[in-house]
Write a protein that binds this ligand. Structure first.
Ligand code: NAP
Length: 518
């Protein structure tokens, strides 16, 4: 039985209040608990502002990048131990856990490399432009670290990657972090926090960790602080509407839920590599992390003539997925992470079943004990039913929706359905017809943070659409939260201030840290 603690003000604190239990979702056994309250948030913020921020900003980008490189090594060196914890507390299979952990260490290492190629402690943003009668009076945008605190509120589904990717960007930018872990899987985040603290890599105050509630913390933030939240749209809306954050214009980045799509083009034939790629990616998305990925496909758009074939193929693969103890080597899908998730997913399947036929799976539990849900594929009766485009069932569940692939405007027709997700993180489109791809991608791009294009030529070349890579932005408009993370240097923007400098070009060059070439 582990009693999780917060790491604040340079020490571990147990917290107060009624303990909230942490479970093994495969056995329902209690593994530990968190006392949610009792943290002095004013002191936590002061510690970050007075110690962590100044210490980080005393370093330049390459020096901070070197810290990230060491943090990446710490996570990687403890990979085996962390995989076990992710299996016990998160219901992760070994593959799921590696996806999360390698995502964390890989993203930290990516930003370490990126930062090692920068210099100084500020970045020039774009070119200088002449603003006066001569080039002597110029304008130049500059990006400098904001002297505030980054509060990171993470979802339960990626305890390692979620914390690692946010930390990488904020620390490289020069901001101290306060990491709030999603409670259901907080054991893994807690162990990583212990490793970060034990390693002594980061200066005092640069890293603090909270597994309990953050109620009241947001009321204390100010104009130089940033909140980066990942979680449900409902919680995102609550955070966004916090009166103090509004009044003081605190930056808020929201990564929320999303009804992601996969589109099979009308040209794709049975037995083709493109169909194989599509089927393989859909099955990975539905079963990896038991479907608890913000990027997982929820709506599968298929030309009407291919719906039977696609359903048969998917059913065969989903029904052969080995479900069980996540740490067994043969297991391909574990339980969902918590009792609340289990109830939510089963209710969600029932709501979808009102407008769609269950082709395989369903809301009945997959085992007598533990929070196991069967991989569930539905087939929509009507493509227009609102619930298909509005309800995120955050588990191993997706719905096949037919569209008229024979229509002259098939791309527009399917794009109109895809865009009913009201703003999504990712859509994938599979086709070898370049006109269809071009039209579809152009029509859906404004509604998505990322569009993944699959074709015969790209077969086997890359991770599928469910993987978030640090070089590409992650986030999406509308319902997906309207936020943006990662994407190379773009990922640092929530933590840097852009300022337009106007004046003597020589002075501007000195401020920016480059020699005036004129
Ligand atoms: P959630 O219930 O919204 O919780 C997310 C985080 O917010 C947790 O750390 C939670 O803490 C905290 N929280 C809850 N109420 C809060 C409040 N009033 N003020 C401040 N913080 C609060 O979401 P979840 O169940 O952990 O995650 C699943 C959802 O996240 C899914 O909808 C999924 O699509 C979405 N997600 C999105 C992304 C993305 O990048 N867009 C990535 C992963 C997941 P407690 O755990 O202590 O309640």
């Amino acid at each position: 039985m582990i009693h999780l603690q917060s790491y604040v003000c340079g020490r571990w604190e147990a917290g107060t209040g009624e303990p909230v239990p942490l479970h093994d979702p495969a056995t329902e056994a209690v593994l530990g608990d968190v006392r949610p309250a009792g943290i002095d948030f004013a002191a936590v913020l002061a510690h970050a502002r007075e110690h962590g921020g100044p210490a980080l900003r005393a370093l330049d980008f390459p020096q901070r990048a070197a810290l990230l490189k060491q943090l990446a090594s710490v996570v990687h060196e403890h990979r085996d131990e962390l995989i076990e914890i992710a299996g016990r507390n998160g219901g992760n299979t070994r593959g799921d856990a590696k996806f999360d952990l390698d995502g964390a260490s890989g993203t930290l290492a990516y930003y370490a490399k990126l930062g090692s190629e920068l210099r100084g402690n500020q970045l020039a943003d774009g070119e200088s432009s002449q603003l006066g009668r001569t080039p002597r009076f110029s304008g130049q945008h500059i990006l400098t670290p904001r002297p505030g605190v980054a509060v990171h509120i993470n979802a339960f589904n990626f305890p390692a990657w979620g914390m690692g990717e946010k930390m990488a960007c904020a620390l490289l930018a020069g901001m101290p972090v306060i990491e709030k872990a999603g409670q259901a899987s907080a054991l893994l985040a807690f162990r990583i926090a212990e490793l970060v603290v034990e390693s002594g890599i980061l200066p005092a105050g640069a890293f603090q960790f909270l597994p309990g509630s953050v109620s009241g913390l947001l009321d204390l933030l100010g104009p130089m602080d940033t909140v980066a939240f990942t979680g449900s749209a409902a919680t995102g809306a609550k955070i966004r509407s916090n009166p103090n954050l509004i009044r003081r214009s605190v930056r808020v980045n929201v990564e929320a839920d999303s009804i992601n799509s996969a589109v099979l083009g009308p040209d794709v034939e049975e037995g083709s590599d493109t169909l194989e790629q599509f089927l393989g990616n859909v099955v990975v998305d539905m079963t990896q992390k038991a479907g608890q990925k913000c990027t997982a496909v929820r709506r599968i758009f298929v030309p009407a003539a291919l719906v039977d074939t696609v359903c048969e193929e998917l059913v065969a693969r989903l029904e052969s997925t080995a479900i069980g103890n996540p740490l067994d080597k043969e297991t391909r899908m574990g339980p969902v992470a918590s009792r609340a998730q289990f109830d939510d997913v089963r209710q969600g399947i029932e709501r979808l079943a009102a407008v769609a036929e269950i082709v395989t799976g369903g809301s009945q539990p997959a085992a007598e004990r533990g929070w196991f849900v069967r991989p569930t594929l539905l087939r929509a009766r009507e493509p227009d039913a609102a619930v298909l485009h509005e309800l995120e069932v955050f588990g191993p569940c997706a719905t096949v929706i037919a569209y008229d692939g024979g229509a002259a405007n098939a791309a527009d027709a399917v794009a109109a359905l895809v865009n009913r997700g009201d703003g999504s993180l990712v859509a994938s489109v599979y086709s070898d017809d370049r006109s269809f791809l071009e039209a579809t991608v152009r029509a859906i791009a404004p509604w998505h943070g990322r569009v993944w294009i699959g074709s015969e030529k790209t077969m086997g070349q890359a991770l599928g659409p469910g993987a978030v890579l640090p070089a590409s932005v992650h986030g999406g408009p509308g319902r997906a939260g309207g936020g943006e993370e990662l994407g190379g240097l773009r990922g640092l923007m929530p933590y840097l201030q852009r300022t337009a400098l106007q004046g003597d070009r020589t002075v501007l060059s000195r401020v920016i840290g480059v020699d005036d070439q004129a």
